[in-house]
Ligand binder design. Structure first.
Ligand code: NDP
Length: 255
């Protein structure tokens, strides 16, 4: 199965931490280091660290890592990002639409407009724009995998999650449509919907308050980023006619 991703070009958004970063390492391992990773996020310095580390780990294996600073909440940046890419990197075989965030825990009447905007711009508008940027070439080549990070929140909304849950429900609906539109094009559209995963996600949710972020996981055992990266790797290493369409995965105590 690993040979199915050897030499592929993989684009991961939000690759500077958490699930995105773990996915870069997991795919590199699965391909025996013979892979091209296009890693994007806003924190370019983190991407550069990951590039150096991966190149050290998989020396002489054919690994290529291209770190590019990209804020997916700005659609004009996405257009420029695509246009500026060298041709070989435009031919993305596996797109992992992972960049996403939650800001705040307020109930609907109290949510700031700026939080609504940033969550929809990042989780929905950005994800759609990135998908559109690479879909044309995938269609013309009749192949490609598009992985979406949805969430259990998109299926089971909770008080205080009004906007975040709505963004992930939008991702799910968009993903379903895309899958139906591309199924005959040999493009596999894969959605992974995690429950609680311990990453920087909660710190962002509590606006940088790491103590509050940690308290979310107290008394439970969250999943870790590698658990999700393994699922993504599993999905993209199946036989071409196998579409792992939707996977809901959560810690046992969250069920
Ligand atoms: P992290 O906060 O650890 O990682 C989020 C990544 O997204 C970071 O690399 C961050 O990079 C990037 N990102 C955030 N905003 C932007 C932006 N505007 N432009 C580009 N990149 C951005 O969280 P996770 O790894 O947990 O989250 C990954 C995905 O998984 C998200 O879509 C999240 O909604 C989803 N998810 C997470 C769950 C969890 O419990 N952790 C549960 C269910 C789903 P940078 O700051 O450098 O830009």
């Amino acid at each position: 199965a690993a040979s199915r991703i050897a030499r592929k070009v993989v684009l991961i958004t939000g690759a500077s931490s958490g699930i995105g970063k773990a996915t870069a390492y997991e795919l590199a391992e699965a391909a025996g280091g013979n892979i091209k990773l296009l890693l994007t996020a806003r924190r370019e310095e983190k991407l550069i660290e990951i590039k150096h580390d991966l190149e050290k780990l998989y020396k002489n294996s054919g690994i290529e890592v291209l770190p590019v600073k990209l804020d997916v909440s700005k659609t004009s940046e996405i257009t420029k990002f695509y246009n500026d890419l060298p041709e070989v990197w435009k031919k993305v075989d596996i797109l992992v639409n992972n960049a996403g965030m939650v800001h705040g825990i307020e109930q609907v009447g109290d949510i700031e407009q700026s939080d609504i905007d940033i969550m929809f711009q990042t989780n929905v508008i950005g994800l759609i724009a990135i998908t559109q940027a690479f879909l044309g070439q995938m269609k013309s080549q009749n192949c490609g995998d598009i992985v979406m990070l949805g969430s259990i929140a998109g299926r089971n909304p909770y008080p205080g999650g009004g906007i975040y849950c709505a963004t992930k429900a939008a991702v799910r609906s968009f993903t379903d449509t895309l899958r139906k539109e591309t199924i005959n094009k040999q493009i596999r559209v894969i959605e992974i919907d995690p429950g609680a995963v311990e990453t920087e996600f909660s710190t962002v949710r509590f606006r940088g308050d790491t103590e509050k972020a940690k308290s979310v996981y107290r008394g439970g055992e969250p999943l870790n980023a590698k658990d999700i990266a393994e699922l993504i790797t599993f999905a993209v290493t199946r036989r071409q006619n196998t579409v792992v369409a939707e996977t809901l995965v959560f810690p046992a105590n969250q069920g």
